[in-house]
Design a protein around this ligand. Structure first.
Ligand SMILES: Cc1cc2nc3c(=O)[nH]c(=O)nc-3n(C[C@H](O)[C@H](O)[C@H](O)COP(=O)(O)OP(=O)(O)OC[C@H]3O[C@@H](n4cnc5c(N)ncnc54)[C@H](O)[C@@H]3O)c2cc1C
Length: 402
């Protein structure tokens, strides 16, 4: 992280954690990445949990580098203080889970903390906070434009004291993970209500009869095993009505509340990923020789490096600004800035990683570097948590209204 914190004063605790998390990522996680890749490349092991992951989790937990995404009131950090810590985690695609700070579990834990009763929390929240189980968030559906959450159509029909769920979800991240125990599922419980009050969220244990993984999905060929992004079939799935979170019809509001801090967390991590790509680009430009000089001696490579540094720093400052606004003014007050960084960060990361791939030549597209998978991850975030266009439209509407 090149920003020195003078514009955005980080607390001493944040500064200490930034250094410790960065060192853990550098010294313990990055060296383990080839082991993760080998595990994922072996058809015999790829849908199982790599033992090294649980070992690293135990190590991080023992060092107190655990659940740092939590708000200050729950022992975590302010959004501003968390931003550079998340950036440090974002340098490695496998790091966030090591610190129990990975999507979708963090957002799901926040939903359980804010909207679940103690009775609903008891079987799931402590085990999620301990990193023993994982969770999925099943909102997007294959048959409707799900970027407009009011379109979510899966019927959740009340029969006595039970809800009966039938339909399909897809892109449910993490649901293929053998440790995934609980899904938060959004569907229509109040079909006759106004558009924003039709859906509810219900807790559906993964082992409920009728819940079936229809297929894993791929992003540019990456299936992100063993957690995956899957299409789920719900066939006469029955859960007690007491599994509904909040009031009937509150699903849209819960979805909005869930996505605010989560969107920023993704952006923080993307900045770390782009920063690592830039460092790889610089190293490559120093050492690879073409047409009689190092790549870094060619003007076009210099431009790629310089532009990347400018763009990363712009996005970093905007992310910190959004995080500070979230702390000062809450989700609603920071809405425009959260939208701005959600528009800016994934595209920035795509551009920087793409330049790094280009400078690495054919190798940049291969499994020998982290860049190709990093690009797939960054590109996904121009869609996940809402496509760019939806955030652009919301930002413009907000300005036109003002
Ligand atoms: C890797 C990955 C992980 C994901 N994880 C999850 C998850 O865990 N849980 C979950 O529920 N979902 C998840 N998603 C789904 C993601 O949130 C949706 O794909 C996204 O919200 C878009 O919905 P859609 O795919 O139905 O696209 P649609 O709603 O069909 O939109 C398609 C396109 O239409 C255009 N568009 C839409 N609205 C506008 C507008 N107002 N103005 C102009 N153009 C517009 C945009 O170009 C948009 O990309 C994930 C997606 C990916 C790729």
């Amino acid at each position: 992280m090149s920003h020195d914190g003078s514009l955005f004063p980080f607390s001493p605790r944040s500064r200490e954690l930034q250094a410790r998390v960065a060192a853990f990522v550098r010294e313990r996680i990055v060296p383990a990445e080839p082991g993760f890749a080998a595990h994922a490349a072996d058809p015999a092991t790829r849908w199982s949990i790599p033992p090294v992951l649980e070992a690293l989790k135990a190590e991080a937990k023992a060092q107190g580098l655990w659940n740092l995404f939590l708000p200050e009131s729950a022992g975590g950090l302010s959004n501003l203080d968390y931003a550079p810590v998340a950036e440090a985690m974002g340098r490695s695609l496998v790091a966030p889970e090591v610190f129990n700070c990975n999507a979708p579990d963090t957002g799901n834990m926040e939903v359980l903390m804010h909207f679940a009763t103690p009775h609903q929390q008891a079987p799931w929240l402590p085990r999620l906070l301990a990193g023993e189980i994982r969770s999925g968030f099943a909102m997007t559906e294959p048959d409707v434009a799900s970027s407009d959450a009011t379109n979510i159509a899966m019927p959740i029909v009340r029969e006595g004291d039970e809800y009966v769920i039938n339909g399909r979800k897809w892109w449910t991240t993490g649901a293929a993970d053998p440790r995934c125990a609980i899904l938060i599922v959004m569907g229509v419980t109040e079909p006759d209500a106004p558009a924003h009050q039709r859906q509810s969220m219900v807790l559906v244990p993964m082992d409920t009869p009728g819940v079936r993984i229809a297929r894993p999905l791929t992003v540019f060929g990456y299936d992100d095993a063993p957690s995956g992004h899957v299409e789920l079939a719900f066939e006469n799935v029955r859960v007690p009505v007491s599994n509904r979170l909040g009031e009937p019809g509150s699903g849209f509001a819960i979805a909005q509340a869930r996505l605010g801090p989560g969107r920023i967390h993704h952006c923080m991590r993307l900045i770390g990923l782009a920063q690592r790509a830039l460092e790889a680009m610089v190293e490559r430009a120093r050492t690879r020789v073409a047409f009689g000089r190092p790549l870094g001696g060619h003007g076009m490579a210099q431009e790629a490096i310089a532009r990347s540094r400018c763009e990363i720093e712009q996005a970093r400052l905007l992310t910190l600004q959004a995080a500070a606004a979230l702390d000062a003014r809450g989700n609603k007050g920071a809405k425009d800035l959260i939208g701005m960084i959600k528009i800016v960060a994934p595209s920035m990361a795509c551009r920087v990683i793409d330049r790094a791939i280009q400078l690495h030549g054919g190798g940049g597209l291969s499994q020998d570097h982290f860049l190709a998978q990093a690009y797939a991850g960054a590109r996904s975030l121009r869609l996940a948590d809402g496509p760019d266009e939806v955030h652009l439209a919301a930002l413009a509407r907000s300005m036109l209204k003002a």
